[in-house]
Design a protein around this ligand. Sequence first.
Ligand code: GLU
Length: 368
Amino acid sequence: MHLKNSKIIVIKIGSSLLVDENKKIRKKWLSSFAKDLKKLNSKKKKIIIVSSGAIALGCKKMNYNKTNLRLDESQAIASVGQIELMNLFSQTFSKFKLNISQVLLTLEDTEERRRSINAKRTFENLFRLNYIPVVNENDTIATSEIKYGDNDRLASRVAQITNADTLILLSDVDGLFTKNPKIFEDAKLIKRVNNLNKDIQNINIKGMTKLGSGGMNTKIEAAKICSLAGCDMIIANGLYHNPINQIEKNNNCTFFKSKISKLHARKKWIISSISPKGELIIDEGAKRALLSGKSLLAAGIKKVYGKFSKGAHIKILDFKKKEFARGLSSFSSEEINKIMGCHSNEIQKILGYISKSEVVHKDDMVEI
Ligand code: GLU
């Protein structure tokens, strides 16, 4: 039910779902999860998995029992365990004829706009090739100052940069409760959160830090990121077999409705850029078209200022040089210099290759 209209779904799984308390790998569970994904895949849904487990599987492989690992120890262990993790996915998923790929991210890959656009493009290409990206933090390289530290927030950033519709955090609790269910018998599962600040203000989130691998705290942080990114979020118990099917069937989880639409979130992100890289001066007709919600075409561009590459954030000015919109350019300044004033169907001939026809697409533009 929750996933019916979701086209892009990010699913985060914690280490405790892959390895049980006796350090045994939960192979049957992973197969049941793969079966769920096969079903989503057949419905043409685009899936990204964010999986923890590099450190847990590294410790298992190296017979390492110590808890409270030092950072340098955990970096080395993760480099051993990440291979184990991917082998596990690869062996299990190939039985279901599901293709997987590995994506290791560091904090700047999602926080810096240019790098996040690069990462987004990689995800899109993997979707196009029908591969399921399996993401983890690049634990071997990340040091404490440049670390997400927990995969809940990493997953929400991945959901944000890929414009995902829903993020599912599979944990070892059913969801968000009114009180800590391990202490209070009358604790109730909250099924739906529409307004993050209002609906959870009386809940002692910090008192629930022991629930779930990253605790409830990081899950609420993830929900805040998702809410501003136009992405819905679900916390559900992943310990059951066929965990995605369980969410659909039983709805025994917490569903966080995002505050704003995806399009609105994207536009906010565009306008929040600190340093636009160039300017386009456009004619009266193009301005009228833009104000009525159309895209900017090459024909309406009079002049280009600045040197910028494709995807750059630019200002759009009218013929009186008054800025009235901002957007992401689908062409570099060099290309725009060649095609401005021309009809869209001439672009391919002028540039010598196939490209988009809009210089700034309406979804990538916001009036100011
Ligand atoms: N990236 C870590 C790992 O793969 C886990 C972080 C987390 O559990 O949130 O072991």
